[in-house]
Each structure stands twice: as structure tokens, then as C-alpha cells.
Design a protein. Sequence first.
Length: 388
Amino acid sequence: MAHTTDPLHAPRAAKGWSLVTHGDGEVLPLRSLPCRIGRQPGLPVRVIHPTVSLVHAELRLEGETLMLVDLNSRNGTYVNGQRIVAPQAVVLGDLVQFGAAVFRLNNEQRTCLAATSCSEDMGDLALAIAQFDKLIDEQVVTPHFQPIVDATTGETIAYEALARSRLYGLDNPAIMFKAAEFFQKEAQLSRMLRVEALRRGAPHAPPQLFLNTHPAELSELKPLLLSLEDLRRDYPDFPLTLEVHEACAVDAATIKMLRLVLDDLGMKLAYDDFGAGQARLQELIDARPDYLKFDRKLIANLDVADPDRLQLVESLVVLARQLKISTLAEGIETAGEAEACRRLGFELFQGYFFGRPQAHPTVSAVPAHIEDRPRKRGDTTVTMPTQH
């Protein structure tokens, strides 16, 4: 790092401010303010990173307030994960980000952190964005597998592959796809997860694998279809089901095309998170799936739900079964919820009550009479309405 006086502004003492690199903890003192940051040689703080512009941003004092200003950078300047569009006040402990280069704002003269009102999750996002290139380049995703069981016998009939990674800050699937969205690589990450799920899962010979898609893949169908053809070529006889978020089924022409290709490849189709928003009943007829996965929001506390809610869920189950669509209740966490779903006619179950996601598809189904477990929020899959 090179540090020189910024000639464009009259300097003021930086009063102990510095940037600490996320990861190795290198301290970059701000010798004076205002202080420009970028890749250009001779800047007060030089950050050599491909996502950082030549002259990217500036830190300046307005009165006693430290302000961060983006200088029309190509990849943006962020505070705690949120892109700034105007000068932004920053304080001790904030994560400031130039492109994908992330720093913690520090001041040796101050002893207590005073984070902004931005949530801790925004800081997590900044870290995830900084780590994302490594996730893609080194392919360190580690899919986990959760059992899907027969409601009558308790037999495991399939496993769903869920997104995980070994990288700190990217182990949560939601934050993983938030970071992918920043780089517009949601489809690439989704394809990589499917490939890795089969590579890790196939040797354990599970009865079937449910693999997820990201909504971005449905907007540009050809790469998705080609990736599925590649999977079938590499695993010619493996039973596979592709999950598509319910919201994507609104484009009947796209889903019909996908359905035709899946039929040719000997793969099945599932609509995920059914009922999370609007239950799209017409699409069940126009682009019929093999499986309908009812969202956790419909399943939670179903054993103590009011009669109207029970009647709604039962009517949807009956409709699906009349259309010869297998019904699956997601996110079951208690014996009471499992029994309520069984009474309403669900054919398949999934959730913590029947097994948590594991590194290999070897989880045994939990018998229906097992003692109830404490409630815990269900696992988030890789299929999401906006972030995957």
C-alpha cells in the first residue's frame, strides 16, 4: 500500500482513523483527510483489487463527522453491505467496501464500537461478497442432504440437496445467494451446487435426489437445459427431481418447455414453496409437476390451527391428488404437525422431525411415534423467490 498526501484538498488531521482489511487484519492508516481510495498509484490509500476503480471513493470530515463518498466507481461503494448513492456518515466499527474489497473502520483514539443502525446481517453480507470469488474459483460448496420420507411407512424415498459451503461468512444459503446476486452469478452458483450435490451424493446411492434451481435460471432457459443434459450424461440412470419455485411457474410456456426436456431426460419436476405467496392453481393444470411441496408457512402449528386453515390446506391436498400430483409437507418439526399432515392426506414428509441436513445422504427416517422435539425453525432450501 502506498500513502501520499492528497493534493486535491486541504488536508486535516485524520485523528486516528484507519481501515483494517477483512481477513489478514492489515491496518491502513488515514494520514490526513480527505483521503482518496483506489487502484491508482500515488493515492493516499491504494487498494489493488480487480473490482476497485482507479479512483474509487473518498473519506472526508464534515465538522466532526466522517463521511464516505463514492466517486462514480464501477462496482460501487458500500457501508455494512448497503450501496451508497450519496455521501454517507460512517462510524467506528462499520464495514466499508470498495467493489469486493472489504475493510473495518477503526480508530485508535476511540475504545468503544458505535456501529450504525444497519443490521449485523448487512455486515455479514459485506463479508460474504468479499469471499464470493473464492467460493466460485475454488468450488468449496458442500451440499447437505435432508431426507424426504413416505408418510405411511416412514421410509426415506429421496433426499433434497441444500446449499452449504466451507467458507466463513458463506455457510448460510440465503447470504450465499445474496452475494451471488451482487455479482449476477446466481445461475452459475446454482448449477455448481447441482453438480457438486450429485458428485457427493451419488456414491452413497440414495433412492432419489431433489435438486434446486434459482429463479434467474428460468429467465434464460437454455443454459439450464444444457446443464441438465450434462448431468444426465454424467449420471445416466440416477433418479433426479428438479425443484422450481412456485412463483416461477407463472410462465407456463417456459415451464412446459422445461417439462418436455425433463421428460426426455427421465427427470421429474417439483414445485417448491407452494403457498408461500399466491397459490397458483391454474399453473398446476397447465404445467403439471410430479411433486407439490407445501411451504412451511402452511405446515407450521397445523395441529393447533383453526378449522378454516385446516380446510384450506386439505382442499389444496385433495386438488393436487386429483391431478395425480404427489403432495409433500415441508418443514415438519413436531409429532403433532406430522400427525395433522397425515390426517389431511399428505403423501410425503420433510423437516427436522424426520432428519436434519447432513453431509451425506445417510440420515435414517424418524419413526412417527418418536417423542416430540422442541420447535425449531425449518431449514432454508436453495430455492427462494428472490434470492434462491
